[in-house]
Design a binder for this molecule. Structure first.
Ligand SMILES: *[C@@H]1O[C@H](CO)[C@@H](O)[C@H](O)[C@H]1NC(C)=O
Ligand SMILES: *[C@@H]1O[C@H](CO)[C@@H](O)[C@H](O)[C@H]1NC(C)=O
Ligand SMILES: *[C@@H]1O[C@H](CO)[C@@H](O)[C@H](O)[C@H]1NC(C)=O
Ligand SMILES: *[C@@H]1O[C@H](CO)[C@@H](O)[C@H](O)[C@H]1NC(C)=O
Length: 331
């Protein structure tokens, strides 16, 4: 579609909105969403099916946004998918061994900043990446955490290889595109001979065979720090005093269409067996009396707030304190 056609569509969509033309308006909105998200459907049946799902998601979003919530939902790149389809493509399928993680974090039990954002303290956080349709979130949480820990220790921000973790870290209970845990991935990097860079081991969003070359390794782990299960205060200590922290939580339907604000949900659980997505806490703060985490996701920059989201802090929201960890880099 040409830019002028896009403009016409948008104009038509907004005038249809003004006139309150129900279905017609929704189809124009869908077409402009398809254009913006570079979507194409091969057959008419698929188009119709995606359109129906889009409409039903839009209704969900409108209902949610009209209510009294701390976060807003929006028509992001997943708006033509049901949550069931989404879960199969992007989340873990089996529970991981979250609670088996023994803890060795000793908090300072003293001073920590009331708010912190590692993105603003220096060149410590790489741009948001995109895992694609592969349950490899744990590899992005792992590389993001190690990238930041190394940058904070040395001033050098590396871009590390998720695909090596997808292909090679099975011996540490990781399962490529079917899930894994950052704590187990840090152990792999520690006992393997390091991790290569994105440039020498590019990401492919699918299971593959291990192509690790020791002489190309650029990042190393000296020790792995696990935070005690459900001890969210220690997570705050670690992020406030040391570096970003990897954690996992349970993604449910309303999170898929998150747009902005502080995410909080009643539909998710708080137990380690239910978490299904790993991410990276890069900071924390408080907004209108509501404490939150600032979190780097791996669904591209178009999702959420430029690829980030905020989630309620202090109540183990969606089990976010169930398996948090970070590496001590060998530098
Ligand atoms: C919205 O929700 C908040 C928190 O639950 C509550 O304190 C507030 O009174 C609610 N506002 C309205 C208009 O219902
Ligand atoms: C959990 O740990 C056990 C024992 O190490 C292992 O056999 C099992 O495969 C692990 N589960 C997952 C999902 O990694
Ligand atoms: C941290 O967790 C990993 C994986 O869950 C585990 O292998 C390791 O032994 C734990 N480390 C400590 C010090 O408990
Ligand atoms: C990816 O590979 C792992 C083993 O490394 C396997 O357990 C898993 O089922 C595979 N997942 C997919 C989606 O092929």
């Amino acid at each position: 579609m040409r830019p002028w056609a896009q403009l016409l569509l948008l104009a038509a969509a907004s005038s249809a909105l003004a006139l309150g033309l129900g279905g017609h308006h929704e189809e124009l909105l869908f077409k402009s969403w398809m254009y913006q998200n570079n979507k194409q459907y091969d057959v008419a049946e698929e188009y119709q099916r995606r359109f129906q799902i889009f409409v039903s998601n839009k209704q969900k979003i409108d209902r949610h946004n009209a209510g009294n919530h701390t976060f807003q939902m929006g028509l992001n790149q997943f708006a033509d998918m049901t949550f069931d389809e989404f879960r199969k493509k992007y989340l873990w399928h089996e529970p991981q061994n979250c609670s088996a993680t023994k803890s060795n974090f000793v908090g300072r039990a003293g001073w920590r900043p009331t708010a912190i954002d590692w993105r603003k303290k220096g060149n410590y956080v790489t741009p948001v990446k995109n895992q694609g349709p592969c349950g490899s979130c744990w590899t992005f949480s792992t590389t993001g955490c190690l990238e930041s820990a190394i940058a904070i220790a040395t001033g050098k921000l590396l871009n590390l290889a998720e695909q090596q973790l997808v292909d090679c870290a099975q011996e540490f209970n990781n399962h490529g595109c079917s899930g894994g845990l950052p704590s187990q991935a840090f152990e792999y990097i520690r006992y393997n001979q390091g991790l290569m860079g994105e440039d020498t081991y590019p990401y492919r969003a699918k299971n593959g065979t291990c192509k690790f070359q020791p002489k190309e390794a650029i990042a190393f782990v000296k020790d792995v720090v696990n935070i005690t299960v459900n001890d969210e205060e220690s997570m705050v200590d670690a992020v406030g005093n040391y570096n970003p922290v990897s954690f996992a939580f349970e993604v449910t339907g309303d999170f898929m269409l998150y747009a902005k604000g502080v995410y909080s949900s009643k539909s998710c659980h708080k137990t380690p067996d239910k978490v299904n997505h790993a991410v990276l806490a890069v900071g924390y703060g408080e907004e209108n009396g509501l404490p939150y985490w600032t979190v780097k996701n791996s669904w591209g920059k178009m999702w959420g707030i430029d690829g980030y989201f905020n989630i309620e802090r202090g109540s183990n929201m969606c089990g976010l304190a169930a398996c948090a960890s970070y590496p001590v880099p060998l530098v």
